[in-house]
Design a binder for this molecule. Structure first.
Ligand SMILES: [Zn+2]
Length: 329
């Protein structure tokens, strides 16, 4: 089966890291903000370069600096969400969960609620043009802002929950950003609010810290999905637990090598997840920053499976992942 024709489920993709380079360039110029003189120079600022790869999470996160210049305005946010959804659809993604943190899009005066609604409007515009496409938005609290701001973010998120919308709405809650020094347990209050508000729960965990933070995300925050989860392979008991309770891992292969979550030359943990019977979703994380897309990530996994002689079916992986979506309408 060719990769393009597989119906895909995208459960972990960031707005800021996935804006098409050409659109960022157009918006930069339209808003008189362009920091460089050409599209090619802009591309270098937005996409991880070979010399950056494997340099660690914080070097990777630097690529998120420039998109924020233009995503402070309602119409720009609408346009970028629309463009990202259209690009995913072109890769035959039929179910798309985007995610982002509204608090870092309020510097020009948008409220967090407006910042959320802007993205939802872009998703609805894409749904209207793309038959069969279902979308939803996961709201992220930035770890470095701490547990109190996270509670405020959770309340803003549930106020735009999917149950209040006819089409795309907020479907889930997440924490992201620097892992070390900001363990999941600090965000328990925010997750309680999100859970009571009916949101699905996931967390970036085990990307830049050990298995302990994945245990915390599951046991203390109540997460049913984990973003990355790479360090779980150091803890067989944790792997058994994730398999038993069907905790899905949102797997982002290219991104993991770029951030150093998986070392160059190391086999990606996704094979171990499949061996243990842990549900997975094949995800892009950031199509622009990581210079990837759904087709590329699927082809990468197919190649890894073939290399070790596994016969897991990529289309079946997507069908199983669909059962773990936070979208419910
Ligand atoms: Zn992520």
């Amino acid at each position: 089966m060719d990769i393009q024709s597989i119906e895909k489920v995208e459960l972990h993709q960031h707005v800021d890291g996935s804006i098409p380079v050409g659109l960022t360039w157009d918006l930069m110029r339209k808003n008189n903000l362009a920091p460089v003189d050409s599209l090619e120079e802009m591309r270098k600022l937005l996409v991880v370069q070979d010399e950056d790869a494997g340099e660690g999470l914080l070097v990777y996160l630097k690529k998120f600096h420039y998109p924020l210049w233009v995503t402070q305005f309602y119409d720009n946010l609408l346009q970028v969400a629309y463009a990202i959804a259209k690009e995913a659809y072109a890769n035959n993604v039929k179910l798309l969960e985007l995610r982002y943190s509204p608090t870092i899009h309020t510097y020009a005066g948008l409220t967090p609620r407006q910042a959320i609604v802007a993205v939802l409007s872009g998703l609805n515009k894409a749904e209207a043009e793309c038959p069969g496409l279902e979308t939803g938005l996961i709201i992220i609290a930035m770890r470095h802002m701490g547990g109190h701001i996270a509670k405020i973010v959770a309340r803003q998120a549930i106020a735009e929950s999917q149950v209040l919308h006819r089409r795309a709405g907020v479907i889930g809650f997440d924490i992201a950003g620097a892992e070390r020094g900001n363990p999941p347990r600090l965000f328990k209050g925010a997750y309680t609010i999100a859970r009571k508000g009916g949101l699905g729960l996931t967390a970036h965990a085990g990307e830049d810290d050990g298995p302990r933070v994945i245990w915390e995300a599951i046991d203390e925050l109540g997460c049913t999905r984990i973003g990355h989860g790479c360090s779980s392979i150091d803890d067989p008991e944790l792997l058994r637990r994730m398999a038993k309770d069907k905790i899905l891992v949102e797997v982002c292969q290219t991104s993991n090598y770029q951030t150093g979550a998986v070392k160059k030359g190391q086999v990606h943990p996704v094979l171990k997840f499949l061996e243990y019977g842990i549900p997975i979703a094949i995800c892009t994380d950031n199509t622009t920053v990581s210079n990837t897309n759904q087709n590329k990530e699927n082809a990468l996994l197919q190649a890894s499976l073939t290399a070790v002689g596994y016969d897991n079916d990529i289309a079946e992986i997507h069908r199983l992942a669909k059962a773990h979506t936070f979208i419910s309408r």
